[in-house]
Design a protein around this ligand. Sequence first.
Ligand code: ZN
Length: 286
Amino acid sequence: MRLANVAGRATLLLSETEGVDVAEASDGAFGPDPAAVYRDWEAFRKWADTAPRRRTVPVSRADLDSPSPEPRQILAIGLNYAEHAAESGFAAPETLPPTFTKFASALSGPDTTVALPDGGTTDWEVELVVVMGRTTHRVAEADAWSAVAGLTVGQDLSERITQSAGPAPQFGLGKSFTGFAPVGPWLVTPDEFPDPDDLALGCRIDGTIVQDGRTRDLIFPVPALIARLSRVLTLYPGDLVFTGTPSGVGIGRTPQRFLAPGERLVSWVEGIGELHQTFVAEQPEV
Ligand code: ZN
């Protein structure tokens, strides 16, 4: 199943340009708020399997927003691919990966224009993003996929100076400028993939591929990650987990390279779709 947020309404996709409005087709039992469907995810999944598809609505990319628009938590994982840990100058994590938050105000839909903060050190990180489908605490690794509503594409845009400013590194602020968490273009349920643990992902800047990896190289794959996170905290329906980025980020290059105004970044995960970001210079403060 593919579920999109089309102008604030939960929409089951029949194709990339046509869908079924959830609230209308369910006579108000589910939706229209896309955030609400995650709170009743298992009932929603059962309904969606046999949802009436008589009346369809057109879907335009310009109307898409984050498939989970109001997550209570947005977690992001660092150093979860060995080659990326190496290019970042860190040892690969063994027991628990570095975990930080992207603040909710950074969240956006899939196609956006993003203002680059001063400093010229904003970097790209394509990531597979997990959307949680139930309240999850201390779930076993073997059961972790069943707690997941679906997968989507995310960009963990990262301003590297803010990330390392101060007496100790602090990832949250540098990764939470406005528009620094584009997500989408829609949610795809795990059963749609031949193997949800092995998906190609990457991104390109103005046509040049800069990241090209596979999620089978995750040090902590989705089930291991959800199990370990849920030993510490409770994950809620609709929560987003950015699972980490493969190698090829700008700060790991020689010479280093960062995003510039006018550039266009396209990010993808196999079997899901693409994000499209265009960058402009930050406007002066008023
Ligand atoms: Zn990241």
